[in-house]
Design a protein around this ligand. Structure first.
Ligand code: S3P
Length: 432
């Protein structure tokens, strides 16, 4: 049965979004690599991040839930155990792409990583190729996807330029670089989210940034993290923010959101489109900070104008680009997204899915190889959209429904639990 989202009256109130998914994954994994116990405050309780806790347990770590906190007793950098069966990552791309970086350089062991149908369609050569260059023993299926087979071996550092802007690949190589002999240099032509760098810096790793290159010296003995506070997830909050901008008369405060400068592309895009979102974003610097900035956002509904998104802004807003398409429907003029071919390799082909999905609701949108073009009409009729099992499409459909003329039925709304299990309850509260 599809879930119906009717046109909504003004959204009002204060909302605390769920904890950041990217940071929660990293917190669990890096805590698993520490020798001393790590307390993670505000860990995200969602399908994806629970897969990561399960993986940490399977590799020998202990995980205890204490109220809202998660205590992880890790196995140390070189202590990952060989489990009896496969490491099941579920739907999590971050988990399956980061884990090989840790496992490849273990002193001994063999692992098989696998996941759901969507994971088995996602490209894994992007991590396997540089790991092979580092000396790793890693095998994929013939079409370059999961399952991934790993045999532990000694690694050596490499100089590597990321061919795609991917924080997951960068993070994988940073983890491998810690076990490798020599130095690993990862050049990132476009800046991507830097949560791994920050958390490793907090754990005492002397990694550094030289221009567009992140440098890590290998043969690291140990990591030590006292505790981690996970901020609210701007990518989840973005659905509430866009709902607040689109539903006439709305006024919201979104509390405790991570405002890391490598994640806030959507705020600059919203500002250009004319939306009123008051924030106090992080000021860029050259150092790698050892913490994540947090703040509140003040959101009010408004009329919008179209904009163009491309180039170095794309990785800073990659998970929010489907929402830019929705905003474009309501804006005056044309909204164009380019340089975003990576959207084709997410939990679904998010170019095809967004174009087909929104067109089915009455949008004037065309797909291109690397993005889409939306002709704003100032409104959206409504209809039915299939999430295709992709959490961000499910939530996109819901927000479209609230702002539409006739409402939207979302097929497979359950997919939202991958990142935002309380999404519907939170929306209902704002609408009440
Ligand atoms: C993520 C990085 C991005 C993003 C994904 C989470 C991460 O993927 O789209 O939702 O946690 O590192 P890519 O690394 O494939 O760009």
């Amino acid at each position: 049965m599809p879930t119906h989202f009717a046109p909504s009256g003004p959204l009002r109130g204060r909302i605390r979004p769920p904890a950041d998914k990217s940071i929660s994954h990293r917190a669990a994994l890096i805590a698993g690599m520490c020798d001393s116990p790590v307390t993670i405050r505000n860990y995200l309780d969602s399908d994806d991040t629970n897969s990561t806790l399960d993986a940490v347990k399977l590799l020998g770590g202990a995980v205890e839930h204490r109220g809202g906190e998660v205590l992880v007793r890790g196995v140390g950098l070189r202590g990952a155990l060989e489990p009896g069966g496969i490491v099941d990552v579920g739907n999590s791309g971050t988990l399956i792409r980061l884990l090989p970086g840790w496992l490849c350089g273990q002193p001994s062991g063999h692992w098989r990583l696998d996941g759901d149908e969507s994971i088995r369609r996602r490209p894994m050569r992007r991590v396997a190729a540089p790991l092979l260059e580092m000396g790793a023993k890693i095998e994929l299926s013939p079409d370059g996807t999961a399952p991934i087979e790993i045999e532990a071996t000694a690694l050596h550092g490499i100089d590597y330029t990321l061919p795609v802007a991917s924080a997951q690949v960068k993070s994988c190589l940073l983890l491998a670089g810690m076990a490798a002999s020599g130095t690993t240099r990862i050049r990132e032509p476009l800046v991507t989210r830097d949560h791994t760098e920050r958390m490793l810096a907090a754990a005492g790793l002397p990694l550094r940034r030289e221009g567009d290159t992140i440098v890590v010296d290998g043969l690291v003995d140990e990591l030590e993290l006292g505790g981690i506070d996970v901020p609210g997830d701007l990518s989840s909050a973005a659905f509430m923010i866009v709902a607040g901008v689109l539903v006439r008369g709305s006024r919201l405060v979104v509390e405790g959101v991570g405002l890391n400068r490598t994640r806030i592309g959507i705020l600059s895009i919203l500002e250009r489109m004319g939306a009123v979102v008051l924030a106090d974003p992080e000021v860029p610097g050259n150092e790698i900070p050892d913490h994540e900035p947090v703040g509140d956002l003040d959101v009010a509904s408004t009329t919008l104008v179209g904009t163009t998104v491309g180039g170095d802004e794309v990785p800073l807003a990659i998970d929010e680009l489907p929402l830019v398409a929705l905003l474009g429907c309501f804006a005056e003029g044309r909204t164009v997204v380019t340089g975003a071919e990576e959207l084709r390799f997410k939990e679904s082909d998010r170019i095809a899915a967004v174009v087909d999905g929104l067109r089915g609701l009455g949008a004037e949108i065309e797909g291109t190889d690397d993005g889409f073009v939306v002709e704003g009409t100032g409104s959206l009729r409504g209809g039915t959209i299939d999430s295709l099992g992709d959490h961000r499409l499910a939530m996109l459909g819901a927000v479209a429904g609230l702002a539409s003329e006739q409402g939207v039925d979302v097929v497979n709304m359950r997919a939202a639990s991958v990142s935002y299990p309380d999404f519907q309850a939170d929306l209902a509260r704002l609408a009440a």
